[in-house]
Ligand binder design. Structure first.
Ligand code: UD1
Length: 419
């Protein structure tokens, strides 16, 4: 079994380039299916979730070529409409292919992506919004048979909650359609604007992405496109946390500050010095951070749920009481007992984690429960005295490109090991 061995205590110092955003790359890859030509996607991170999306495209008949961080998808001959259960279950974002497949092939047979490590994660909002666009879904066991008997037609849709995935699925589905779609109570995350930019570059007519009302004027076809994926604001938050717990000083290159306001405010509130200049963010942290914060996760531009796990280890180095309330997912704290194995005393009450005071962490054997929870264990291990061994790192590889190399490049004593 592969894992990481981390000897904590080293201050992180140096500069790092932030990878492309997984949560942009995945819907953009799904959207390439709409284009009967080549899509060239730069800054597309090499991650297992991205590999799974590429496998789905290949299954559907696309030709995909990767050259480091550039992926070329040629969807000219895509004609298949079935994705196996095994592939669908590799990542929840596979649901993002539903609308694209029906739009392109007229039919999709996929399996329900089901629950995941963060809780039940239903797809009811995806299905009801796509139904308004003309997609009919019938369920056979856990298979979803999706068709559009009268084609995809524009509609006025209001989401009951600004779901990121449902917003993206509607944008992708309505891009090539008859009529105009107005999507209200849409999610506003930067990755949605990136998807709209990609599609608009290919000839789509999408306006308002990044606000709560998105208008999609359907077009009849899209053309070849070249696009650069935005940088990953959650990966950036991971390195900011790693700097904070080690009293370090990092420059994050290729990291625009404008879409990280709530995260940067958190680090500034706890006493880190934050500067943004020329597409880089600089963080400098003192030995002792002192503050009392109450962080509540929220939809964008609020504090991102995906960054919640990354700041719990930071709480353990702050003199003061700090709390994190999770409001988006039901089951996001499974990594907390693992953190506590390091000597953290994080107390859970309903959906809030409390850290009452600064704590002395020591090395331990830990196991990742999910992607960001796994990153939290790495960050905490960097702050702990002695050696920690972290297993189940496949969770981390879903979202981080060469995390071990990046952290050791800025001074962490971290290496990949075989148990
Ligand atoms: C995306 C991100 C994920 C991030 C999340 C919230 C990707 C690949 N993943 O996930 O990293 O944590 O946004 O920022 O971009 N819900 C329903 N019914 C639905 C859809 C969602 O009840 O049909 C619920 C979910 O269970 C959750 C909430 O809505 O409680 C938010 O989910 P959503 O915004 O859809 O997240 P994802 O798109 O799955």
């Amino acid at each position: 079994m592969r894992g990481y061995s981390i000897c904590g205590g080293n201050k992180l110092q140096g500069s790092l380039r932030i990878q492309g955003a997984k949560n942009s790359a995945l819907p953009i890859l799904a959207a390439t299916l709409l284009i009967k030509d080549k899509s060239i996607i730069h800054n597309c991170p090499q991650l297992s979730d991205v590999d799974a999306a590429i496998k789905i495209l290949i299954t559907l008949g696309c030709v995909c070529v990767r050259d480091e961080h550039t992926v070329i998808v040629d969807a000219t001959d895509a004609a298949n409409f079935e994705v196996s259960r095994a592939l669908m279950h590799k990542m929840r974002s596979s649901i993002m292919f539903l609308g694209a497949m029906v739009s392109r092939m007229g039919k999709a047979v996929i399996s329900n992506p089901g629950g995941c490590e963060l809780g039940p994660r239903p797809i009811d909002m995806h299905l009801s919004a796509l139904n308004r666009l003309g997609i009919k879904v019938s369920e056979q066991d856990d298979l979803l048979i999706c068709t559009a008997p009268n084609g995809i037609r524009g509609a006025d849709i209001t989401l009951r909650f600004p779901s990121v995935g449902a917003t993206e699925n509607v944008i992708i589905t309505a891009a090539v359609s008859k009529g105009t779609t107005v999507l209200r109570n849409a999610a506003k995350e930067p990755e949605i604007s990136d998807l709209a930019d990609f599609l608009n570059r290919a000839g789509a007519k999408i306006s308002g992405a990044g606000s709560d009302t998105v208008t999609i004027e359907g077009v009849s076809r899209l053309c070849t496109v070249e696009h650069e994926v935005i940088s990953d604001r959650i990966v950036a938050a991971t390195y900011l946390s790693a700097a904070a717990v080690t009293g370090g000083c990092l420059e994050l290159k290729g990291c625009p500050a404008y879409n990280m306001t709530s995260v940067l405010k958190f680090f500034s509130d706890i006493g880190c010095s934050i500067k943004a200049k020329n597409n880089s963010v600089f963080i400098r942290c003192g030995e002792r951070l002192k503050s009392s914060t109450k962080t509540v996760t929220d939809v964008y531009p609020g504090f991102p749920t995906d960054a919640g796990p990354l700041i719990l280890p930071v709480f353990t180095v702050i003199d003061g009481q700090n709390s994190l309330e999770e409001t988006i997912f039901e089951n996001r704290f499974r990594y907390v007992p693992e953190l506590n194995k390091l000597g953290a005393e994080i107390i859970m009450k309903n959906q809030t984690a409390y850290c009452l005071k600064r704590q002395r962490l020591h090395g331990a054997d830990l196991s990742c429960t999910d992607l960001r929870g796994g990153a939290a264990l790495i960050i905490a291990s960097l702050a702990a005295e002695g050696v920690s061994r972290v297993s189940e790192i496949h969770h981390i590889e879903r979202g981080y490109y060469r995390l071990a190399q990046s952290l050791s490049g800025v001074g962490a004593d971290l290496k990949e090991i075989e148990f």
